[in-house]
Ligand binder design. Structure first.
Ligand SMILES: Cc1cc2nc3c(=O)[nH]c(=O)nc-3n(C[C@H](O)[C@H](O)[C@H](O)COP(=O)(O)OP(=O)(O)OC[C@H]3O[C@@H](n4cnc5c(N)ncnc54)[C@H](O)[C@@H]3O)c2cc1C
Length: 304
């Protein structure tokens, strides 16, 4: 119930305008993002590098109001790529298709993605948004993968369709970041029970790791904080003879930091996704929805 209610709040335009004005809401976000500026995310990337954690940075924002904003996003990411290179960081970027203007036309959004792929020397990740965007996002990835090796795609284990999508993508030798999924989806498209999502996550992990063990060149990335998923992946990789580092874990800034550092100390490849930007409201509410206990963290901020 709480998850559903919060996911509804995350899509409510009135609340998105009002709530971020309150200082306590803004302060509470600091747990999940170091700050609104790119510099905040890159400064933290330098700190995390000290703990052998590499990073991915992402500018928050989705469903733009005008097509001009999509061009601004691309310009912004050109600057991000330069700044990453100037600082010598092992940092990648991750982008939502709607930030590239997908709502205003798939062809132009594709062209914007490819401009970034051509400019980047590291992987450019495509986030997966709500289920209405999956077909268009897969099409963007396929078209980009035909020309660029440095494109990666997020797939969501909560969708019934993802097993078939992954099967169809594997012949492309893709870099895939597997996550459970963060949006409010109906039972017709997504597993409503967490146990089924977890089971599917493990099933898809096995498919990705087997493809890697069979000589796949793509990067299998497991985007989860769930120690059970991490344990299953590690065990499966070991039994397939995959060395640490040939598969990766990805987690969000501020979540399970201890586990991130422990895995990195143990020789695993761990990448932390660091978000920044002023349009943090829907993203932040989705983080609360993932763990109702986080709501108490906000309540504590109010009391303080
Ligand atoms: C690198 C990365 C990229 C992502 N990209 C996308 C994307 O493109 N599209 C998309 O739909 N989703 C994305 N997500 C979000 C993802 O779908 C999940 O909603 C999120 O990762 C929580 O699922 P989990 O696997 O950690 O497992 P869960 O079963 O939800 O959580 C397992 C444990 O992790 C910890 N935990 C998880 N979430 C939180 C939280 N918010 N606060 C505190 N503790 C928490 C808790 O200890 C919890 O018990 C991404 C996640 C990561 C890590």
């Amino acid at each position: 119930m709480m998850r559903k209610a919060l996911l509804w709040v995350s899509t409510n335009a009135f609340l998105a305008q009002r709530l971020p004005q309150y200082g306590f809401v803004k302060r509470a976000t600091r747990r999940f993002m170091p700050g609104e500026a790119l510099g905040d995310a890159l400064d933290q990337s330098e700190v995390l590098a000290g703990s052998k954690l590499s990073t991915t940075v992402t500018l928050l924002g989705e469903n733009l109001a005008s097509v001009a904003e999509a061009d601004t996003v691309v310009e912004h990411y050109f600057g991000v790529l330069s700044e990453i290179a100037a600082r010598g960081l092992n940092t990648e970027i991750s982008i939502k298709p709607t930030q590239l203007g997908l709502d205003f036309g798939a062809e132009d959004a594709q062209a914007r993605l490819e401009q970034l792929l051509a400019a980047a020397s590291s992987t450019v990740w495509i986030d997966m948004e709500g289920s209405d965007y999956v077909d268009a996002t897969l099409a963007m990835f396929r078209a980009a993968r035909g020309k660029y090796e440095n494109v990666g795609l997020c797939l969501q284990a909560y969708l019934h369709r993802t097993k078939a999508d992954l099967e169809a993508l594997l012949p492309l030798d893709p870099s895939i970041r597997l996550v459970k999924g963060a949006y409010n989806e109906p039972p017709a498209v997504a597993y409503p029970r967490k146990a089924d999502v977890d089971q599917n996550f493990v099933r898809l992990t096995v498919m990705m790791l087997k493809a890697k063990a069979a000589g796949g060149k793509g990067r299998p990335v497991l985007g989860t904080h769930d120690p059970r998923m991490v344990g299953e992946a590690t065990r499966m990789a070991h039994s397939l003879g995959l060395p640490k580092g040939s598969y990766e874990f990805a987690m969000l800034y501020g979540i399970e930091r201890e586990q991130q550092e422990r895995l990195a100390r143990g020789g695993h490849a761990v990448r932390v996704l660091v978000s920044y930007g002023s349009a943090w409201f829907p993203w932040y509410i989705r983080r609360l929805a993932e763990r109702p206990a986080n709501v108490w963290f906000v309540v504590k901020q109010i009391v303080r």
